[in-house]
Design a protein around this ligand. Structure first.
Ligand SMILES: [Zn+2]
Length: 383
């Protein structure tokens, strides 16, 4: 949902491109948002998606603006726009993902307990990482972990396949060390999805997350990630720039650009976005919660209107798109210009500066609303 040329939204009543409609009616976006993001031709700064997957998406990064401009200039057919693509994911069901680099001590622990993984790398590199961990040399740890990633991703396909197979065969024989107990189910699952893929070994380098419905996180430029399974709301800066390194066909991989853009910033965990109340008294099960990631182009609201109730949103200083997730209800523009009956899966665009009321009928009415405002998002509340 949005105006990206790869899959642009259209206005239902006219069949016209949403971007054309917004170009003719720029007040719906607002001059301040247009100026703030340098928007042209009716484009919106964010792209809004619902994703559902039971097989891992590619191990990927999204470029920052500089890398995006460079790869777009070099390969305009592959990287179709010059924009960066920070994104946020909000889980609608149980959501498994790999995201961000593991702490170096964790990686050294896998190197010493998983011989099949360890044997991919030269001894000198493993010694260098171990020494950097011992010396608490953070820069040295980052360099060594990045080199591990590089060796793994550049290793021959047949070579990695054989190592992954040896590991899975050992697990199938029930030979599992204590250090491998927790990660074994993930390795087996990834190998079922992509047998012998180098992405299976990425699980020894990346953090693994298991999120519940209502949990959300954001992904910064360069942060390596792979969404494994689940249903999510995804919102990102308007771009299709994804640089993949594993769990994808050979010809789609771009290892050089992946390694040049990857952010090796080891963390012990992922910071979830702590939602705040957009309307007073909101909770996880009723009212409106605001998920405001550290990304200027977007924020997302979860709107749950209880049976026969109404939820009022004050006017936003920017454009928004809402999708009905469950139930049926109405949305009324407070200036009386529009009233729409909506049901599951339907999508509305709401122009800036408009107060709207969402009303539920005989069932709770559950929507997600993505938006941008012209001010720099400064109130990022995270825990
Ligand atoms: Zn992504």
């Amino acid at each position: 949902m949005g105006t990206h040329p790869a899959a642009p939204s259209r206005v239902l009543s006219s069949g016209k491109l949403l971007s054309d409609h917004l170009a003719e009616n720029p007040h719906l976006v607002g001059q301040q948002v247009i100026d703030r993001f340098g928007l042209q031709n009716g484009h919106l700064p964010f792209l809004f998606k619902v994703l559902s997957f039971d097989r891992a998406l590619p191990v990927q990064i999204h470029p920052d603006k500089r890398l995006a401009e460079r790869i777009h200039a070099n390969e305009p057919e592959r990287y179709v726009d010059p924009n960066h693509k920070p994104e946020m994911a909000l889980a609608l069901s149980q959501f498994h993902a790999l995201c961000g680099i593991l702490p170096a001590f964790q990686v050294t622990s896998y190197l010493s307990s998983v011989p099949e993984f360890s044997s991919v790398f030269p001894q000198g590199l493993k010694d260098r990482l171990a020494a950097a961990v011992k010396a608490q040399d953070v820069g040295g740890q980052k360099d060594a972990v990045k080199d591990l990633l590089s060796v793994l991703l550049k290793a021959g396909k047949a070579h990695v396949e054989q190592k992954v197979k040896a590991l899975v065969d050992r697990y199938n024989r029930g030979q599992i060390s204590h250090a491998e107990g927790k990660i074994k189910p993930l390795i087996m699952r990834l190998n079922e999805m992509y047998p012998g893929d180098s992405g299976v070994f990425c699980a020894f380098l990346l953090n693994h997350f298991d999120l519940k419905a209502g949990n959300a996180f954001s992904v910064a430029a360069g942060e390596p990630h792979a969404y494994i399974s689940g249903d999510i709301i995804e919102c990102m800066a308007t771009s299709d720039n994804t640089i993949t390194a594993a769990f994808s066909p050979e010809k789609e991989k771009d290892i050089e650009n992946f390694l040049s853009g990857v952010l090796v910033h080891p963390t012990t965990g992922k910071t979830l976005i702590q939602p705040t109340m957009f309307t007073p008294g909101s909770t996880a099960t009723s009212g409106t919660l605001l998920f405001n990631p550290p990304i200027n182009e977007l924020a997302v609201m979860q709107v749950i209107v209880a049976k026969s109730q109404t939820e009022t949103h004050h006017a936003l200083r920017g454009p928004s798109i809402a999708i009905v997730f469950e139930g049926k209800g109405t949305i009324v523009w407070a200036d009386g210009s529009q009233r729409l009956n909506l049901t599951r899966g339907q999508v509305v665009f709401i122009g800036q500066g408009t107060t709207v009321k969402f009303s539920a009928l005989e069932h709770p009415f559950h929507l997600y609303r993505a938006f941008v405002e012209f001010e720099v998002n400064t109130n990022h509340t995270t825990t």
